[in-house]
Ligand binder design. Structure first.
Ligand code: 3HC
Ligand code: NAI
Length: 688
């Protein structure tokens, strides 16, 4: 056995050399890894007793890509291209042995091997697009040469991790090894290559299948909505187009576009989000070795909009769930919606009917809270009313087993007050899901004054188990997400009161990158949520719309008019109501330009985010961004409100807030933290 360097070993099994990488956690292609690979292959090629070379990784995965943390720094050691050239031009067969995930640069390394062997649980993908990039180490040119233009477009613009079996069918993997016996399988395959004198296939020498101009035109058209605002998908498509050129020319296109993306603001934001999501898992005063409580059975209280979606998360993860309602009818409706959701997914081919039944088999309904006595975690999702919540928690206190986690899904209410209704506030926590709860990735975990560390650690871990991005926040009105959203909503309403039209506000925020604006969102959710018919006195624009039965999409009209296909059109009725309101309240309605709409909706959010940090309700600025990207559709290519503020420059943010403060008063007064950072020439990124 020979150590090549601290992360690479070269060993031999007869005439087969084995280069083993061991660079935890994910064998990313750091300078050390590249050096190790380069020197390892060089030594194996130079050794006359070696006839073929297997590349394999120790630990949980094959190479998961370039080392993202090195991006932007000066490059050191052997380049990735040096490594790839060494492998591809090796006079001895090179076999990549894949387990875990071969992603990005990792797959691009494997594509310069002559053959690829994988275990069934392995996955391959080029996820660079999710970092605002494209595969920059020949992947854009080699992948289409194996899987054809159409599949390459799919894989590169989705970043999907493709299971080994599908890779085998596409020719991306040449042979499967038995699970747990990758090395043996790869060595046996290497012997077969030698015995059968199989050719040293270079992917670069192949031709691309498919790729007529209409393939690209159709792909662009079909995905226009999905790719809206992003630069990377189009750059990936251009590279696949370039793969129809001679290999070296295609590589040049790849290089140019890669550098454009790498040095641009979108990729910087997307890479920031990648690390932000992972940083959110780290809680300074809750160390990694904090006790994790066993969660084997889950209870959910309330089978409404949220309760049903919350239950689905746990069923999907294979955990049994009991859901409790007050009336049989509500229970039946709730269970029915869950079944229907699963059946719809099955109808789209994304779930087997057998899986639908397995999941439904884990679900039971009840009208008795006492049926939750054996649950390890109970999540309350009843009406947003403090008295009802306190009543439920008071009862739970008497029923739940000792040590069970008692969670509330409240959107705004004080978790400490809810916890005080029990004799065990240390077990109470907020688990704030977002609608639809089975789809949205964000989970705000609300830490009460007395919540215990094991309850926090277990909740964070559970978030991961159910595929959520979990962010720990503190108790305050609306926590991080809704508290900041309220600022945007207030300004959106205020702008309309001053003469802006709802569709103008929506358009500006849509163009900024949000999936929809606040008024379109109201129409979708229903304007009458929280509206009381009897108490309504036409005091707001919403009151008037609701009184006219314009309650949103469900009634065919709200802020907008809707046709039978629910296409929205600006409404003359709404416009008149707005004008009448302005006249009545003595406001001189004026045209408001897009720049003002954007600043007045976004800057107060940034300011509120700064107040949240000041008050310690979020641990770090990147947690605020993680909330907004995953829960509220903030465009990931703008990194989140705090990252966006940094990109504008905090001095500019403060200057603009002060300008609005002068016109509109205290609402815009910059927070002390914002002023301080701006004065010091710093950004939120500098907060430690
Ligand atoms: N570079 C640097 N660090 C990385 C990394 C990478 N490519 N991939 C993962 N890590 C780090 C994470 O930051 C995390 O660190 P932490 O423990 O200190 O927070 C640790 O590895 C473990 O990562 P996860 O928590 O994400 O572990 P999972 O097991 O859940 O997921 C994974 C593993 C699927 C590999 C996931 O980490 C992942 O998707 N990584 C990114 C893969 C990727 O995007 N590769 C392409 C990179 S760009 C590229 O290759 C350019 C090339 O074309 C030139
Ligand atoms: P919903 O009105 O759709 O559902 C509430 C359900 O709870 C109803 O089916 C009701 O019958 C049931 N219920 C009421 N009292 C009960 C009791 N004592 N025991 C058992 N069941 C009871 O409400 P929704 O939208 O699901 O909201 C639930 C909670 O989730 C609220 O606190 C809300 O603020 C929060 N939330 C809502 C979001 C949304 O977008 N709808 C998003 C995030 C949180």
């Amino acid at each position: 056995m020979a150590a090549i360097n601290s992360v690479t070993e070269l060993t031999q099994d007869g005439d087969i050399a084995i280069v083993t990488l061991n660079s935890p956690p994910v064998n990313a292609l750091s300078a050390n890894v590249r050096d190790g690979l380069f020197e390892g292959f060089k030594a194996a090629i130079a050794d006359d007793s070696v006839k073929a070379i297997v590349l394999i990784c120790a630990g949980r995965t094959f190479i998961a890509g370039a080392d993202i943390s090195e991006f932007g720094g000066a490059s050191k050691g052997a380049s990735l291209f040096d490594v790839q050239n060494m492998m591809e031009n090796s006079p001895k067969a090179v076999i990549a042995a894949i387990h875990g995930t071969a992603l990005g640069g990792g797959l691009e390394v494997a594509l310069t091997a002559h053959y690829r062997v994988a275990v069934p649980s392995a996955k391959c993908g080029l996820p660079e697009v999710n970092l605002g990039l494209l595969p920059g180490a020949g992947g854009t040119q080699r992948l289409p040469r194996i899987v054809g233009a159409e599949k390459a477009l799919e894989m590169m613009t989705s970043g999907a991790h493709v299971p080994a079996k599908e890779c085998l069918a596409m020719g991306l993997v040449d042979s499967m090894a038995e699970e747990g016996k990758l090395l043996e399988g790869a060595v046996a395959f290497a012997r077969k290559v030698l015995d059968e004198k199989m050719p040293l296939k270079k992917v670069r020498d192949r031709d691309v299948a498919g790729g007529s101009p209409d393939v690209f035109a159709n792909f662009r058209k079909a995905n226009a909505r999905k790719f809206r605002g992003f630069m990377a998908p189009e750059a990936n498509i251009k590279c696949v187009e370039a793969s129809l050129l001679p290999f070296e020319e295609g590589l040049k296109v790849e290089r140019t576009l890669f550098m454009e993306l790498m040095t641009g603001p979108q990729s910087a934001a997307q890479r920031y989000v990648f690390f932000a999501e992972r940083a959110a898992n780290k809680i300074p005063d809750v160390p990694d070795d904090t006790e994790i409580l066993p969660v084997k059975k889950v209870g959910v209280i309330g089978a409404g909009t949220m309760g049903g979606g919350i239950a689905m998360n746990f069923l999907n993860a294979g955990l049994p769930v009991t859901i409790v309602e007050t009336k049989q009818e509500a229970l039946d409706r709730g269970l029915g919606v869950i079944r229907k959701n699963y059946e719809n997914t099955a109808a789209k081919g994304r779930l087997t009917l057998e899986a639908v039944e397995t999941r439904m088999g884990l679900l039971s309904g009840s009208l008795e809270l006492s049926d939750l006595a054996d649950c390890d975690l109970i999540i309350e999702a009843v009406f947003e009313n403090m008295d009802i919540k306190k009543d439920v928690f008071g009862k739970l206190d008497k029923i739940a087993k000792p040590g069970a986690i008692l969670a509330t899904n409240t959107s705004f209410l004080n978790v400490d007050e809810i916890a005080a209704a029990t004799s065990r506030p240390e077990s109470v926590i907020g688990l704030h899901f977002f609608s639809p709860a089975n789809v949205m990735r964000l989970l705000e975990i609300v830490r009460g004054d007395k919540t215990s560390k094991p309850v926090i650690a277990t909740s964070m871990k559970l978030g991961k188990t159910i595929g959520k991005v979990a962010v720990l926040v503190g108790v305050c009105n609306g926590f991080v997400g809704n508290r900041m959203l309220a600022m945007r909503q207030r300004q959106a309403q205020q702008l309309v009161a001053e003469g802006a039209m709802p569709w103008d506000v929506d358009r500006v925020l849509y163009d900024f990158g949000f999936p929809m604006g606040p008024f379109a969102m109201s129409d979708l959710a229903g304007l009458d949520i929280g509206w009381n018919k009897d108490a309504s006195k036409g005091e707001t624009i919403r009151d008037v719309l609701c009184e006219m039965d314009r309650r949103g999409q469900k009634t065919g009209a709200g802020y907008y008019d809707y046709d039978e296909k629910r296409n929205a059109k600006p409404s003359a009725v709404t416009e008149q109501i707005i004008r009448d309101f302005a006249a009545k309240s003595g406001v001189n309605a004026r045209d408001i330009d897009d720049a003002e709409i954007l600043e007045r909706t976004i800057l107060p959010m940034i300011n509120e985010g700064a107040k949240i940090l000041e008050e310690g309700k979020a641990i770090r600025a990147s947690d605020v961004d993680t909330v907004w990207v995953n829960g509220y559709g903030w465009p990931v290519y703008r990194g989140g409100p705090m990252h966006y503020a940094d990109s504008l420059g905090l001095a500019k943010v403060v200057e603009r807030l002060k300008a609005y403060e002068a016109q509109h008063g205290d609402f815009f007064k910059p927070s002390a933290l914002l002023e301080k950072l701006a004065a010091e020439g710093k950004g939120f990124k500098d907060l430690k």
